[in-house]
Design a protein. Structure first.
Length: 186
């Protein structure tokens, strides 16, 4: 049985909360990397053995899609750590116990609104437009009940936007660590 998962013994570890969360994050990263590598290998073997069947993807397209999936999982994992730590830190405040989920949803929506308004600042918009690179390997799809189409297309990606995601990842990870260190009571 998974005793650590049931008892949360890792929270009573003398190491800092950054080390504890980082160890969980690295373990998850390695599992994700391993599973994406296996998926990539199986997909490449399938492409090689496709014969006359024309596929919309090649090996470099699949590799780029795996990198995008890995990057998104890294970013979202920091938010999950943050929400988990925030949810458990609100347990200490009695009147918040019944509305913790609502507060998490409000924080998520508030963050999205703040990012939307931040991106509308003229200087930020100009920075985003100046730091654009073109990428050939962007997976797009559309579909409905009677139709599905998937393709790899060229798109523009802003380095400034990627930098924003990276800074957000670091800030949210550090906030989760701080909440875990100071506020979470198990």
């Amino acid at each position: 049985m998974n005793i650590e998962g049931k008892t949360q013994l890792w929270l009573h570890n003398p190491n800092s909360s950054i080390k504890l969360l980082l160890s969980k994050w690295i373990a998850g990263f390695l599992y994700s990397l391993g599973s994406l590598s296996l998926i990539f290998i199986v997909a490449v073997i399938s492409i090689v053995n496709a014969g006359d069947f024309q596929l919309a993807f090649n090996q470099s397209d699949l590799f780029f899609m795996c990198l995008v999936i890995l990057g998104m999982s890294i970013y979202f994992s920091s938010w999950i750590f943050f929400y988990w730590a925030l949810y458990h830190s609100m347990k200490r405040i009695a009147w918040m116990n019944k509305i913790r989920w609502l507060l998490l949803i409000l924080i998520w929506n508030g963050w999205n609104v703040a990012v939307y308004w931040f991106n509308r600042i003229p200087i930020i918009d100009a920075l985003k437009r100046k730091s654009v690179i073109s990428v050939d390997h962007t997976f797009t799809f559309e579909g409905n009940q009677h139709f599905f189409q998937a393709s790899i297309e060229r798109t523009d990606i802003s380095i400034f936007t990627l930098l924003g995601y990276f800074i957000t990842f670091i800030a949210v990870f550090l906030a989760a660590s701080w909440l875990l260190e100071k506020k979470v009571e198990v």
